[in-house]
Design a binder for this molecule. Structure first.
Ligand SMILES: Nc1nc2c(ncn2[C@@H]2O[C@H](COP(=O)(O)OP(=O)(O)O)[C@@H](O)[C@H]2O)c(=O)[nH]1
Ligand SMILES: [Mg+2]
Ligand SMILES: [Zn+2]
Length: 380
């Protein structure tokens, strides 16, 4: 059996292999589960050997559930390398990833390059990244126009979503209950960062039709937001008469035990899919976020206007930040959140750097060990 290294896909040395072919039929079925089928996607296929394209819809300890069509999901075997304990979690397939299966078997032989990757840091002391979902085009950030409304939490979401490469769209639910909620001023800072904002009644078909522009064949969308915001309601309304499959599915793993698997790929009647991952509630920053690109461009631009390039915006003369705060041009709560998130990113970045140093050290140690054994027993 021929195995391909996942990392060689960017420069594939697959000289004599028969290239990947998609039949018109397969293309239609894959579009329905979010295959983008654009020039970039087609170029990726040209570098692949022949095989079956599938999308990861769930993962569990012993392998993956993949889909090749809306109504065709089955277990697939992990690449052997992914099972190694030290293999970085972010390099294994996650929900939303496209993988290549060996023809005639259900063995994964390659992970396709990702367009976007939504990830977070794991809760707890040791720094660890957790990929959440791959190849997401749009993230609908859902928030109710009720007591729960919190622009600071939305800013945190935007920072993570923008870093992932996906487009964030703000969906304000419960507009039917709170039609007079005046949030424009509270959201002005966010709206100025090119984030589309829609007010909807998540229970109403006509009201949520405004979101159809982000859905459709070849597109993948994720809903994030706190509990009670209206994610399930919105999903059900978008699905129309079809029922959401949120119930956990019990199945046997390789040891014969029952494991709980969450099916995350939900095909939409208008084509494309929603990806529903339980990992999107608590979003701890990874340290790779950029405040400048993550929805705080306005504040970063202000900092550039301070007289001193290393201005701490405390008592330095010629501080544009303080001037904007004093004139009311900059919302102090938004500024405070910017500072807070900045500290969080910096702290997480230290954890990330330490992890990378540990990995380099482990690799070097391994190399040293291999060299020693080679010297002792001679070259093969
Ligand atoms: N009237 C109204 N109720 C809503 C709306 N969105 C959500 N709800 C209600 O809010 C509650 C929580 O919604 P749910 O979809 O379960 O939130 P989730 O935790 O984000 O999945 C449910 O009782 C919904 O019926 C809306 O736009 N209008
Ligand atoms: Mg829900
Ligand atoms: Zn300043």
């Amino acid at each position: 059996m021929r195995r391909i290294c996942a990392s060689c896909l960017n420069d594939p040395p697959h000289g004599r292999m028969k290239p990947m072919q998609l039949t018109a039929d397969a293309r239609t079925r894959l579009l329905a589960i979010g295959w983008p089928d654009d020039a970039a996607a087609r170029a990726t296929l040209e570098g692949l050997p022949d095989g079956r394209l599938a999308r990861v819809s769930a993962q569990h300890r012993s392998g993956y559930i993949v889909a090749t069509a809306t109504d065709h999901e089955f277990p697939a075997q992990s690449l052997a390398a992914w099972m190694r304990p030290r293999f970085p979690a972010e390099d294994r397939a996650v929900v939303g990833d496209w993988v290549l299966l060996e023809l005639g078997t259900d063995q994964i032989i390659a992970l396709l390059p990702r367009r976007t990757l939504l990830k977070r840091a794991a809760a707890g002391e040791a720094y660890k990244q957790q990929p959440i979902a791959a190849n997401i085009d749009t993230v609908l950030v859902v928030s109710g126009l009720d007591m729960d409304f919190n622009p600071r939490r939305l800013e945190r979401y935007l920072l993570l979503v923008r870093t992932s490469g996906a487009e964030p769209v703000l969906v304000l639910t419960k507009n039917d209950l709170h039609p007079d909620a005046d949030v424009d001023a509270l959201l002005a800072g966010i709206a100025a960062q090119d984030v589309a904002i829609h007010r909807v009644n998540a229970k109403d078909l006509a009201s949520v039709a405004v979101l159809h522009q982000y859905l459709g064949p070849g597109r993948s969308t994720v809903l994030i937001g706190s509990s009670g915001a209206g994610k399930s309601t919105l999903t059900n309304t978008l699905l129309g008469t079809q029922k959401i499959r949120t119930a956990a599915v019990r199945e046997h793993d390789s040891r014969g035990r029952h494991t709980t698997t969450h099916r995350a790929l939900i095909a939409l009647p208008q084509g494309g899919c929603l990806i529903d991952s339980p990992g999107m509630r608590e979003l701890k920053l990874t340290g790779e976020e950029s405040l400048e690109e993550g929805g705080f461009e306005d504040i970063e631009a202000l900092a550039m206007q301070c007289r001193f390039s290393d201005c701490r915006h405390a008592s330095e003369p010629g501080c544009a930040m303080r001037a904007a705060l004093e004139s009311g041009a900059l919302d102090p709560a938004r500024y405070a959140n910017y500072r807070k998130l900045g500290v969080e990113v910096a702290t997480a970045a230290q954890g990330l750097a330490a992890q990378q140093a540990r990995r380099t050290e482990a690799r070097e140690a391994e190399k040293g060990y291999k060299k020693k054994t080679k010297d002792k027993y001679g070259r093969k």
